[in-house]
Write a protein that binds this ligand. Structure first.
Ligand SMILES: Nc1ncnc2c1ncn2[C@@H]1O[C@H](COP(=O)(O)OP(=O)(O)OP(=O)(O)O)[C@@H](O)[C@H]1O
Length: 263
């Protein structure tokens, strides 16, 4: 098995996910350095979401190893992986739609709350202090993602682009070192996609984040990612810089040509 390279924040060594007769991901090896923005692309059914599910603990890889910040996280439970600093968003927005914007973020940030349930029930001073700090930190986070003026609005009442941003804010509330974004630009028009790109670059810098994103909008992927990995039928077709990927004949034939036509 490959040696862990400590300059990598996330390293997957030949991870494979087998569902009965279907090999959804085959021997995926991905090395991501701190603060990089990395794109995971490929046609429908290529295995992208399955790769996310292995990294975030939804599935235990059939074989292979995943290392995050020197920890072997292979097969750990999702909540443990969140605690270690990996957060994610989903292809279909998952918010508590009838709760307010602020409540959505506060619930997510609970992962980092220091008070015990016992202190909370009795309303002990440490809990009261913790709750005040918790509220202030969540409001500050909403300021940073430009949603503070909507803090009391129900999540469902937000326009689509802002719901996406709230979902990212919920992920940020867990104080991750790395964030996995599953098709953040899905359903967005070109202007919204452009704003999203600027937003992702801004949060990467402000929150000192490493980003791994699945995306079909090629202008987003090519515009923001420093490294791209292309999956096809679970196999790694290519990896490299945006320029290398755009000029890779295998990728053009299997994927990029088709995407450009449908765009
Ligand atoms: N839980 C599961 N059980 C059985 N097969 C699965 C499971 N999850 C995914 N698959 C299969 O694995 C393959 C890869 O699916 P996956 O959702 O990872 O692809 P994807 O690249 O994310 O696709 P899309 O771009 O459409 O979201 C598909 O053939 C899919 O049907």
């Amino acid at each position: 098995m490959a040696k862990v390279n400590i300059s990598n924040m996330l390293q997957t060594d030949n991870i494979t996910m087998q569902f009965g007769g279907i090999r959804a991901v085959s021997n995926l090896s991905l090395n991501i350095k701190p603060n990089q923005i990395v794109g995971l692309i490929g046609p429908n059914g290529a295995g992208k979401t399955t790769a996310f599910n292995m990294i975030t603990g939804v599935y235990k890889p059939t074989t292979g190893k995943i290392t995050f910040n020197d920890h072997d996280i292979t097969g750990l439970k999702p909540n443990k992986i969140t605690e270690l600093g990996i957060a994610r968003t989903f292809q279909n927005i998952r918010l508590f739609s009838s709760m307010s914007v602020l409540e959505n973020v506060m619930l997510s940030k609970h992962v980092r709350l220091k008070a015990t349930p016992f202190e909370a029930i009795l309303g002990l001073p440490r809990y009261t202090r913790t709750r005040k700090k918790h509220y202030e930190e969540c409001m500050e986070l909403l300021e940073q993602v430009q949603l503070a003026d909507l803090a009391d609005e129900k999540a469902i009442s937000l326009p689509y682009g802002k719901q996406r941003r709230l979902e990212i804010a919920r992920a940020l509330a867990t104080q991750p070192g790395m964030i996995l974004l599953d098709e953040p630009a899905a359903g967005m028009n070109p202007q919204e996609s452009l704003e999203l790109m600027e937003f992702i670059a801004k949060i990467r810098d402000e929150f000192n984040l490493t980003v791994l994103m699945i995306e079909h909008h090629m202008e987003v992927v090519m515009g923001i990612c420093e490294h791209i990995l292309v999956l096809d039928h679970g196999e790694t077709l290519a990896q490299g810089t945006p320029e290398e990927i755009q000029n890779n004949q295998k990728v053009i034939e299997a994927y990029l040509g088709a995407v450009d036509e449908s765009a």
